[in-house]
Design a protein around this ligand. Structure first.
Ligand code: SF4
Ligand code: SF4
Length: 186
């Protein structure tokens, strides 16, 4: 296949050839925003400025209803974990950050439950596929909490106890009847 070369003409005129003018223009834009923010903060004229900034963490913006926050494990009526260790979520997880070690459930051996359930929040890409894949509303990401920075990698691995501490009784009903299972409950 023949390749062609396109010769681009040098820009004409001092304004196009000199980068100094563009630098000055950029600095002017930065200075204008600086003054706008400064007068908005110092003189209490925030409402009159059009720069949307927030003094985080003193001010926090409300997350949208479908925000994906830190994971939590939901509970049954008796407070036990809803998860039946079906392994759907670690199978679908694209980041391979869910670790489950199943064990036999004490309810007659007809179900499994997780002996170990861990999520590495540093590897999680917050895709929400684990929540979608779960057949029994056992895992949710509707906490509205985002992962905190950690000094040690191991601190970002959430274990079953921590995931359950944010858990709540599920609205799901065996067989799919009952209220819409995604109704927010905290
Ligand atoms: S949100 Fe996505 S990446 Fe994170 S644990 Fe669930 S499936 Fe894995
Ligand atoms: S998909 Fe749900 S029930 Fe299955 S292992 Fe994951 S959390 Fe447990």
């Amino acid at each position: 296949m023949a390749t062609t070369v396109k010769i681009v003409a040098r820009p004409a005129g001092i304004r196009r050839q000199s980068y100094l003018i563009a630098v000055v223009e950029g600095m002017w834009v930065t200075f204008r925003h600086l003054m706008k923010n400064w007068t908005g903060n110092v003189l209490g004229r925030r409402a009159k400025t059009d720069i949307a900034t927030l003094s985080y963490p003193e001010q926090k913006k409300a997350y949208p209803e479908r925000n994906r926050g830190l994971h939590r494990l939901m509970k049954r009526d008796d407070g036990q974990v809803r998860c039946v260790a079906c392994m759907m979520c670690p199978t679908v997880c694209p980041a391979h950050c869910i670790t489950i070690v199943p064990e036999e459930s004490p309810n007659g051996g007809i179900e499994k439950r997780p002996r170990i359930f861990e999520i590495d929040e540093l590897r999680c890409v917050v895709c929400g596929l684990c929540v979608e894949a779960c057949p029994c509303d056992a895992i949710r990401m509707d906490t509205g909490i985002h992962a905190s920075p950690t000094l040690r990698r191991g601190d970002a691995i959430l274990d079953k106890e921590e995931l359950l501490s944010r858990g709540d009784k599920s609205t799901a009903v065996q067989g799919g009847a009952g209220p819409f299972w995604r109704i927010r409950s905290r």
